[in-house]
Structures are given as structure tokens and as C-alpha cells.
Write a protein that binds this ligand. Structure first.
Ligand SMILES: [Zn+2]
Length: 106
């Protein structure tokens, strides 16, 4: 089962009324089309004729394509060593130190 990629949720005037629409992109062939935001559970890609399911809303990742900063931190070896010594200085574990760092960032 493949899931449609929903991006760019927006309001469009359809038949004189504002409706929520979204761009559904086929993950297989990247064909995209505008569909109603709600009221459907699957659609057929007009290009490759695969059935795509509507993805379930994910917590914290709205299909609006909004750019939420990722909470995971990627660090290099040098930064890891730095974090390790700072964590040791505070008497906490490195992962706790990094978690606090992320929290302070928000
Ligand atoms: Zn397709």
C-alpha cells in the first residue's frame, strides 16, 4: 500500500465557496494533482494508475507542508566530544545534556 504525499494545504474558491484543497503527489511517479483536503480515503494516480491511500494525519507533522524544525540533533564527532565534556562538567549524561539543549532552542 502506498500513501499519497499531501502538500500545500490551502483554500481555493470552488463553485464560489472557499474549500480546503491539497496537492496530492504520487510517491511512485511524482505526478501531482489538486484534490479536496477531506472526504476521500484513496485515489488513483492518473499517471501510473496506482492506488494511493490518504495518509493518516501525523502528530506534529501537518499535511500543510509547514516547516516545523526537527527535534532530532545531528552532531559530528568533534561536537559530540564537546557535548560529552560539557555534560560531564554538569554531571549529567550526554543524552540529557543534548535533550536540554534542544528544549532550550525552542
Ligand atoms: Zn503515479
Amino acid at each position: 500500500m502506498i500513501e499519497a504525499i499531501l502538500v500545500d494545504k490551502r483554500k481555493e474558491k470552488i463553485d464560489g465557496r472557499d474549500r480546503w484543497v491539497v496537492t496530492a503527489q504520487c510517491p511512485t511517479c511524482e505526478e501531482s494533482r489538486t484534490v479536496a483536503f477531506a472526504g476521500w480515503s484513496a485515489l488513483i494516480c492518473p499517471q501510473c494508475l496506482r492506488e494511493m491511500h490518504r495518509p493518516k494525519p501525523r502528530r506534529g507533522r501537518p499535511p500543510s507542508g509547514g516547516t516545523r524544525p526537527s527535534r532530532s540533533v545531528r552532531i559530528g564527532d568533534a561536537e559530540w566530544e564537546k557535548a560529552k565534556s560539557r555534560a560531564a562538567a554538569r554531571g549529567v549524561t550526554v543524552s540529557k545534556y543534548l535533550r536540554d539543549l534542544v528544549r532550550a532552542d525552542q
